[in-house]
Each structure stands twice: as C-alpha cells, then as structure tokens.
Design a protein around this ligand. Structure first.
Ligand code: IPE
Ligand code: IPE
Ligand code: MG
Length: 252
C-alpha cells in the first residue's frame, strides 16, 4: 500500500504520532564539548539510535525515519566521511539481527549508487531479512537529499506516463523514495539548529516541527516524550479553520 498524501484527513493530534522523522544533529559539538574527536560523537550517536528506536516502538510509533547522512555531507573532511561509512557498515553488522528479533523492519533510503558494492549488498540483505516485520518501520536516510528525492520521483513519473504532459501530486507521490510510509506527523531536529538541511522536503509539507537544543548523543526517551507532548498540544489544521477542525472531530 502506498500513502500518497496525509493532508486530506486529519490525524488525531492527541494520539501518538504514527510517523516521526528526525534530524540527528549535534554529534560533533557533543564531542567537542568533551575535548573528544568529532567521530566520538558519531559513535555515541549510534547508541542513541538504538535507544530511540526502542522508545518509539514502545510508545506505538509505527514509522521512525532518521537522517544519518545527507547528500551534502560528502563535503566534510575525507577522514570523517570514511569514518561515518565504516560506522554505518559496523552498525549494520551488529544491529540487524537484534532489530529482526525485536520486530523492526529496516529500510535505507537515498542515492545508493555512491556507496561501495559491499555496503549496497549489506543494505539489500538487511532490508530483505527484516521486510516481514511490523512492530516499527525504521528508515535510515543515507546519502539522502529532499531535492534528489523529488527529482528522481519526477523522472520515474514521466517514464511511467509516456506522452503525458500534465501531472498531479497524486501521480508523483508513489515514486518518492518513502512511498511506503505516511507523511511524517512530527519532525524533530536535535542540536539546536532550526533548519531543514534538505531532508524530506515534499513529505514535510504539513509535519509539526519540533526543535531540541539537546545534542543527539544526549537525546533519550525523556526528551522524546517532551517532543511527543508538544505534538499533542498542537492543532493540525491542514489549511482549514480551527472551528472546522473541531466540527470534523465531533463528526468522526
Ligand atoms: C550529525 O551531527 C551527524 C551527521 C551529520 C552525520 P554533526 O556531525 O552534524 O554534529 P555537529 O552539528 O557538527 O555538532
Ligand atoms: C543534517 O545535519 C544532516 C544529518 C543529520 C545527517 P548537518 O549537520 O549536516 O546540517 P547543516 O550542514 O548544519 O545544515
Ligand atoms: Mg550538524
């Protein structure tokens, strides 16, 4: 099943968000503060991923999407990039079996063509192994960019509709790399910056935004609960008036 758009219906805001998308930011500053090399922050950040995945599953979140490496992160010093690639491989080696036992379905989304053949194989194998799991779908965005996603979807949409010159949002959406998931209800960025950094641009049109000053390695279940509590205070209107939203809630 594909979820072309969540902006027509009104999800129950009081409920736990079905889909949380996060920019895991602040690893380098976490390490600097402790006079450690930046990469020490990335190592600690992997532990946070493990804890946050479990906390989300325990709270009934169905989809968790984590931005691990952006298409712009190749601009970092070569030694940091190569450390991050190795960390990605070792995290897959260590975590996939555990995730499988815990009912996690793993998806890796982004332009895989820039990864070496070994990593591409590991990714495909991990996805295949966990594809039948349904407790939580964890998506790792790696070499991902929101603009890349819209562009690759546009290419596929045109190829799927030969001769067609007018297109709709509904025709594009199934070709986006996360067409298997509803759009994010809640977007969280840790580390204090308040920007999108080319994350899920199309899919975040109506996500509720939440910014935390906590560096990613320090983010935990309590910090997650603060974000969810903030989400539960919001009124999601999707363009309508507040009175209309109240009316529709009564009717449903
Ligand atoms: C996020 O932390 C992890 C990646 C982008 C891979 P950073 O490495 O961006 O940490 P800061 O922002 O420099 O503190
Ligand atoms: C965004 O963080 C990408 C990831 C967390 C993977 P960055 O740290 O790369 O973002 P900018 O460069 O500060 O915008
Ligand atoms: Mg950063």
């Amino acid at each position: 099943m594909t979820h072309s758009s969540s902006t027509q219906g009104i999800p129950h805001a009081a409920a736990v968000p079905r889909h949380i998308a996060m920019i895991m930011d602040g690893n380098g500053r976490w390490a600097n503060k402790r006079f450690l090399p930046r990469v020490a922050g990335h190592v600690k950040g992997v532990e946070t991923v493990r804890d946050v995945v479990e906390a989300c599953a325990a709270r009934g979140v169905e989809y968790l999407t984590l931005f691990a490496f952006s298409s712009e992160n190749w601009r970092r010093p070569a030694d940091e990039v190569s450390f991050l690639m190795k960390l990605f491989v070792s995290a897959l080696e260590r975590e996939v079996a555990k995730m499988h036992v815990n009912g996690i379905r793993l998806k890796i989304v982004g332009d895989m063509s820039r990864f070496d053949a070994k990593l591409q194989k590991m990714i495909a194998a991990a996805e295949r192994k966990t594809e039948g799991n349904s407790r939580l779908t964890l998506t790792i965005c790696a070499n991902y960019g929101g603009r890349w996603d819209v562009l690759q979807a546009t290419g596929k949409m045109i190829a799927a509709n030969p001769g067609v010159t007018e297109f709709t949002e509904e025709m594009l959406a199934p070709h986006l790399s996360m067409a298997y998931a509803p759009e994010p209800d809640l977007f969280i960025r840790t580390g204090g910056e308040q920007r999108a950094s080319n994350f899920l641009l199309w899919q975040m049109a109506y996500s509720e935004l939440y910014f935390s000053d906590t560096f990613w390695p320090d983010f935990d279940a309590a910090a997650l609960d603060l974000a969810i509590a903030s989400y539960q205070q919001r009124e999601r209107r999707f363009g309508r008036t507040s009175a209309q939203v109240v009316e529709r809630k009564k009717a449903s």
